[in-house]
Design a binder for this molecule. Structure first.
Ligand SMILES: Cc1ncc(COP(=O)(O)O)c(C=O)c1O
Length: 389
């Protein structure tokens, strides 16, 4: 037998962040106290009404396969939530329930990306996106984005990068790792460019709901041609439940359905039944209180990092990340993050996972941790940086 990995796997990089997380683990086991500002998931678990709904579903034996596109009840509840939040009528038939945003990204790209075609995406951006393209034997083309455009591409940048090989664009708003959103007029111009070029536009709205300076928005308000995806992972605090969704143009749904049937059969039945409780008044009140907590943490941490000498060129308006420049302290964020971890016991994510352009000068700081831990981390970094400078 030979088990030579298929060539399509060769360009796929591991999560480099795991190297630093492993080191943090080793130090913890050796008795050191480590504060994680590295976490990409809320520090809250699903609220009590959602947990109770899951237990009820199990007790009632609602654990069989569901339709591949998700239960009618959940597709309708998700559509109703667009009406509630955005005054937007979304046909439930366009809602495809998936195994997290990850499932939605895979389905969308599998449906749309031809082999050897490219997808334009920002640098920095969520690392898995370029690897989804690679698994499908397409390619990511990274567009270096700077603070002046909130680390997001503009319509002009997309137009300039578009070639005969370009199949479409994949954006995230708010973004991981920068926490910045694309302003609606900019997004509207991008929709126009993608349409003019007969390409697709996928907008990852996984951090939808977690915005702090403006009401949340959706690309679906701009056009029914956009594929918008979201998740129960972040705002709804359900990372491990593996549930998300995609809203697609009507004509694409049969293709997505046959892909979903073959690749996944269906998303988790228990998670789907539980997720219905996310939209109850009781759960929504809890989510909004938690969103406020994230906003308070951001408002503490951005000025605190600036006082320490980090460069935070754009105040993030969403998610729970701050993209912070470390050029004042070091030439390379990889070495800086390891040294900070070992010397000060604070774990940050070096920019390396998120692209190539300027990622050596940045770290991602997550505030998905309790306020007192954030304060302790700032004290530790203060002492460390005083020694270092
Ligand atoms: C931008 C972005 N998209 C997609 C995902 C995948 O999330 P999930 O599959 O848990 O919904 C993440 C997770 O961190 C993310 O940050």
């Amino acid at each position: 037998m030979t088990h030579r990995a298929a060539s399509r796997t060769q360009g796929i990089e591991p999560f480099y962040v795991m190297e630093i997380v492993k080191e943090a683990q080793r130090l913890t086991e050796a008795g050191r106290s480590i504060i994680h500002l590295s976490i990409g998931e809320p520090d809250f678990s699903a609220p009590p009404p959602v947990q109770a709904a899951a237990v009820k579903a199990i007790d009632a034996g609602l654990t069989q396969y569901t339709p591949a596109l998700g239960t009618d009840a959940l597709r309708q509840a998700i559509a109703a939530d667009y009406a509630r939040r955005f005054q937007l009528a979304v046909d439930p038939e366009r809602v495809v329930v998936t195994a997290g945003a990850s499932g939605a990204l895979l389905l969308a790209l599998a449906a749309l990306l031809e082999r050897d075609r490219t997808v334009l995406m920002p640098d920095p951006s969520y690392p898995c996106n370029r690897h989804f393209a690679a698994v499908l034997e397409g390619r990511a083309q990274l567009l270096p984005c700077c603070p002046e455009t909130r680390f997001q591409p503009t319509a002009e940048m997309i137009e300039a990068a578009w070639t005969a090989e370009t199949a479409g664009v994949l954006l995230a708003s708010p973004s991981n790792p920068t926490g910045t959103s694309i302003e609606q007029p900019v997004l509207a111009a991008i929709v126009d460019r993608a349409r003019a070029r007969s390409g697709f536009l996928i907008v990852d709205e996984i951090y939808q709901g977690l915005t702090y300076d403006h009401p949340p928005s959706t690309a679906l308000s701009l056009s029914e041609d956009v594929l918008a995806l979201a998740s129960f992972s972040k705002y709804f605090n359900m990372t491990g439940w593996r549930l998300g969704w995609l809203v697609a143009p009507r004509a694409l749904v049969p293709t997505l359905e046959k892909l979903a049937q073959n690749l996944f059969i269906c998303p988790s039945a228990i998670a789907q039944h539980a997720a219905l409780a996310c939209f109850s008044a009781e759960a929504l009140a809890i989510y909004e209180a938690r969103r406020e907590e994230f906003r308070r943490r951001r408002d503490f941490l951005v000025p605190a990092l600036r006082d320490l000498g980090f460069d935070v060129p754009v105040v993030p308006d969403g998610a729970f990340y701050i993209y912070a420049g470390i050029s004042r302290f070091a030439a390379n964020s990889w070495d800086f993050a390891f040294d900070l971890l070992r010397e000060a016991g604070v774990c940050l994510v070096p920019g390396r996972d998120f692209g190539a352009a300027q990622t050596a000068q940045y770290v991602r700081v997550s505030y998905a941790n309790k306020q007192e831990r954030l304060e302790a981390a700032v004290d530790r970094m203060d002492r460390y940086l005083r020694r270092r400078l």
